[in-house]
Design a protein around this ligand. Structure first.
Ligand code: PAF
Length: 280
């Protein structure tokens, strides 16, 4: 496995693989790997000849008051885990390699970027779609794998790929959870002891909401209230949003039908956690 820092070098390496008719699978990440990231690499590994991942904490998707500086980083640990999972190349550029001083061209979905997480995280999805476009242009993968945990991100990227005709297949990997149900996230490391104890309430609420729907409840209002009340029942939670939406244009629904999912963002102290579940 090689760690490549520059765009010309990764392009030249991958050109050779493409000439040899090898397919390229890609997993973009911001590093600090947990089982969630590794499961995405397993999917890409199985479906492609060459597996490339990127590790890049992308500044344009962080707001001015967000956690860009304190976002956890550990390249040595990540490289060891990636090698164990059969990664061929890690693309690990510096910020200057990806953003020149005159950088001023962005990619933004105009319908989906300001909903759900985008309502409070100004320009977050613009940063995501911009960096993912750049990475797709550099790596030119046949397929790219993203996690369902960031369901809105996955939907926006699928929309972008279709709208802008990127020749890449998007594959989604399941949410990987801790034993107590908390969705794995690099940001879980920010939680203190009491916050960590209470955070699994998020998944409990989502799981019970899914059960309500499976047993016949179709009112989005009632299911949202159930989720809210359950999450509010622990002292340290502060709900940012609870929504039930359809899975193409993220429209809010009144009556739950197939493909709809519940999505939540909840603060525990300074840590913002997101999670979601397909209800039907
Ligand atoms: O999901 C992430 O880790 C990031 O948003 C991504 C897709 C790597 C873009 O920076």
């Amino acid at each position: 496995m090689d760690i490549i820092k520059t765009i010309p070098e990764i392009r030249s390496i991958l050109r050779k693989h493409r000439r040899a008719d090898e397919t390229i699978g890609f997993v973009p990440t911001m590093g600090y790997f947990h089982e969630g990231h590794l499961s995405l690499m397993d999917i890409a590994r199985e479906k492609s000849d060459i597996l490339v991942i990127s590790i890049f904490v992308n500044p344009t998707q962080f707001g001015p008051d967000e956690d860009l500086e304190r976002y956890p980083r550990d390249l040595e640990h990540d490289a060891r885990l990636a090698e164990e999972r059969g990664v061929d190349y890690i693309f690990h550029p510096d910020v200057d390699e990806m953003y020149s001083p005159n950088f001023s061209t962005y990619v933004k979905n105009l319908e989906l970027s300001n909903l759900l997480c985008g309502a409070t995280r100004d320009n977050h999805f613009r940063g995501v779609t911009t960096i993912v476009s750049k990475l797709f242009n550099i790596i030119n993968p046949d397929l790219a794998v993203f996690g369902q945990k960031d369901h809105q991100q996955a939907i926006i990227i699928k929309r972008m790929v279709e709208d802008l005709n990127f020749p890449v297949e998007i594959v989604l990997g399941d949410i990987i959870r801790e034993a107590d149900g908390l969705a794995k996230s690099s940001r879980n490391t920010y939680l203190n002891g009491r916050e960590r104890e209470q955070a699994p309430i998020i998944y409990q609420a989502l799981k019970e909401a899914k059960k309500m729907v499976e047993e016949g409840e179709r009112s989005a209002g009632k299911v949202k209230k159930y989720i809210r009340d359950k999450i509010d029942s622990v002292e340290l939670s502060e709900i940012e949003y609870v929504e039930i939406v359809e899975d193409t244009m993220l429209g809010s629904v009144d009556k739950i039908s197939r493909g709809n999912f519940a999505a939540v963002a909840v603060w525990f102290g300074d840590t913002r956690l997101i999670d979601n579940i397909i209800l039907l």
